[in-house]
Design a binder for this molecule. Structure first.
Ligand code: UFG
Length: 320
């Protein structure tokens, strides 16, 4: 297939683009490099540095079978500080992309949605029918895109799949053997933060809160290996069906506490990794665990890698 991958120089987008190119698809990556890296573009993919509004229309006019849409702002705290930025980029940018797709008659899209659409869950595990109650402009802007996709499917016949990611971790090698992993300038995620402090021996890891209503008092999250996540995108692409908007959670269905993640990092690295317990981070729900039953049943997807492998691959990748 001929595919446009927006945000394909970022962490998740580059891993998916590498799998798509390796599977023989013709991949064009559009990325403004605001958070991505040109050297993450996989072998065999064409790279265009540019913007959704300014550059997607011309690229789509060249013809495409589908878009995989990763380009987005994705920092929860930044979204709280500057909501307009998130509405403009995440909703406004995507609406511009959808209208460019209509103009060019591009029939299908796979969209990077997020567990953040659910906010504080009413029940665990979280299924796709759970009431979405986002607690940040980031989550709200992604939920608004999901709503727009439902409407574009119903009214314009678009084939759409939204994948709601839980906590993505790990790294993979591309066809040339290079590691593709997390390289965010502002890194908020637990596993890369722990591993960076371990690698640099630069002081204790902060664990945000040990007074949550969980067995060890730290928050529980559902981790998914980025390679497993990417495989789900290829299945989603095959499941795009005209005038339908399908929504799938993507996690593992298993929760690990922050202290269990720290223990896995200590085990993989063989380092002691000092820790200090600090204040809770505002807005963190105690427990987020996905039900992945729907994607298993409908697309036959199952995670292949556990937490230890995610940590081991992130550690092997290093600074990539
Ligand atoms: N944490 C620490 N110390 C750190 C970093 C994180 O204790 O240095 C804790 C957090 O408080 C949280 C857990 O580790 O309890 C996981 O935090 P992450 O930042 O790694 O991930 P989140 O669960 O906050 O974020 C994920 C996605 C977001 C999405 C969010 C929805 O990465 O994109 O879930 O809640 F918005």
């Amino acid at each position: 297939m001929k595919l446009l991958v927006t945000g394909g120089a970022g962490y998740i987008g580059s891993v998916v683009a590498a799998q798509l190119a390796a599977a023989g698809h013709q991949v064009t990556i559009l990325d403004d490099l605001s958070t991505g890296h040109a050297d993450a573009v996989p072998p065999g993919a064409r790279f265009v540095r540019g913007d959704l509004r300014a550059d997607a229309p011309a690229l789509l006019a060249e013809g495409a079978d589908a878009v995989l849409h990763f380009a987005a702002k994705s920092l929860v705290a930044e979204s709280v500080a500057d909501p307009g930025l998130y509405w403009s980029h995440n909703l406004g940018g995507t609406l511009a992309l959808l209208d460019a797709m209509r103009a060019a008659k591009v029939p299908a899209i796979v969209f990077s949605s997020t567990a953040a659409v659910y906010g504080e869950p009413e029940a665990i595990p979280i299924g796709e029918t759970a009431r979405p109650r986002p607690t940040s402009p980031y989550g709200a802007s992604k939920l608004a895109v999901d709503s727009a996709l439902t409407e574009y499917a119903r009214l314009h016949g678009l084939a759409a799949v939204s994948l709601r990611y839980f906590n993505v971790a790990g790294a993979v090698r591309d066809a040339s053997g290079r590691w593709l992993g997390e390289r965010h300038t502002v890194e908020t995620h637990l596993i890369p933060n722990i591993l960076k402090l371990a690698r640099d021996q630069s002081g204790p890891v902060s664990i945000f809160g040990d007074d949550y209503p969980t067995a060890d008092g730290s928050c529980i999250r559902d981790y998914i290996h980025v390679g497993d996540l990417a495989a789900a995108h290829l299945l989603a692409l095959g499941a795009c069906s005209p005038a339908e908007h399908k929504i799938y959670n993507l996690g593992s269905g298993t929760g690990y506490s922050n202290l269990e993640v720290l223990a896995a990092c200590r085990e993989v690295t063989g380092l002691e990794i000092p820790v200090k317990i600090t204040e809770r981070r505002p807005g963190d729900p105690a427990v987020l665990v996905a039900s992945c039953e729907r994607i298993g049943r409908e697309l036959g997807w199952q995670p292949q890698h556990g937490l230890r492998q995610m940590v081991a691959d992130a550690w092997a990748c290093g600074d990539c």
